[in-house]
Design a protein around this ligand. Structure first.
Ligand SMILES: Nc1ncnc2c1ncn2[C@@H]1O[C@H](COP(=O)(O)OP(=O)(O)OP(=O)(O)O)[C@@H](O)[C@H]1O
Length: 213
């Protein structure tokens, strides 16, 4: 099993508690996190990425109890094994596409995939030397997927990756995410409201906020 989450709870404030459903994910499998606005989907993704510590519960990734990690251990683990994709691409604007990919193995201290190969897979090779500020939104999101794949992560976490894309680009990005996750044998978890993604991934959990604590 790649990932197991059990009895997770989080609270930002004393009179508020968010309880999360238990779930499991195998390598190569995809899962959607669904739920209303404000229900706690991004909070869950941030806990899985080790960016937030749950109030209680367990998260195991690749057999490791990530909640027990120190901040430094978590940063190293994330750099090596987790690829993150956000709603907006968060690329380094003054750098080229290639340079944006090359910083990943540099900071993760890993060997990294070849940027040329990944950009070819994502059909964006002709932009390799372009500055990222000259890219369209769909192209920039494909570069952010390329960046998340650079370290061949075991787990890919994506937060609303298609919400600012038109239908054609959204379909393309979903397909790429799924295909690439399968190619490298990674688990893929996507937070979304997007019906266009729901048509492509059948396994899901739903997060519901519980106000009465
Ligand atoms: N830093 C914070 N401090 C206090 N409350 C927060 C903080 N971040 C989020 N919350 C609250 O926690 C709840 C869950 O937020 P979260 O962003 O996880 O929801 P979400 O399901 O991802 O929402 P959306 O779909 O609108 O992005 C919300 O009520 C939100 O207002």
């Amino acid at each position: 099993m790649l990932l197991e989450a059990k009895n997770l709870e989080f609270s930002y404030e004393e009179n508020q508690k968010i309880e999360f459903p238990d779930f499991e994910l195998e390598s190569g499998e995809s899962l959607l996190i669904l739920g209303k606005s404000g229900s706690g989907k991004t909070t869950l993704l941030n806990m899985l990425a080790g960016l937030l510590k749950p109030k209680s519960g367990e998260i195991s990734i690749d057999g490791k109890d990530i909640i027990g990690f120190s901040q430094k251990q978590m940063d190293q683990f994330r750099g090596k094994h987790i690829g993150l994709i956000f709603q907006k691409p968060h690329l380094l604007a003054p750098l080229s596409v290639k340079e944006n990919l090359e910083v990943v193995p540099f900071f993760g201290k890993t060997q990294g995939e070849s940027p040329a190969r990944i950009l070819e897979e994502l059909d964006i090779k002709n932009k390799v030397n372009s500055k990222v500020r000259t890219l369209s939104e769909g192209e920039a999101q494909r570069v952010s997927i390329a960046r998340a794949l650079m370290n061949k992560p075991k787990l890919i976490l994506a937060d609303e990756p298609t919400s600012s894309l038109d239908d054609e680009n959204a379909e393309r990005v979903i397909k790429l995410l799924k295909d690439q996750a399968q190619r490298i044998g990674a688990g893929l978890i996507i937070v979304t409201h997007d019906q266009r993604i729901k048509n492509h991934v059948s396994k899901f959990i739903e997060v519901k906020k519980n106000e009465s604590v």
